[in-house]
Design a protein around this ligand. Sequence first.
Ligand code: ZN
Length: 66
Amino acid sequence: MKWGNGNGLRCPRCGAKATYIVEASGHNGRREVTHIIRCTYCGYREIVQHLIVKREPKAVTIYRLR
Ligand SMILES: [Zn+2]
């Protein structure tokens, strides 16, 4: 995957400036974190990373789904 550098993120479909979003949700010590590239111009959306973070009394476990 090509990222360019810093804020120069581009939509792979139309080449417009894309936005990098991090969405987090969860409860009961389980958190899902999704990193998404989103283009407001053409509506392109791609999940670049999807993590599940589990908090236990003595450890934090991270599952990387993508
Ligand atoms: Zn686009």
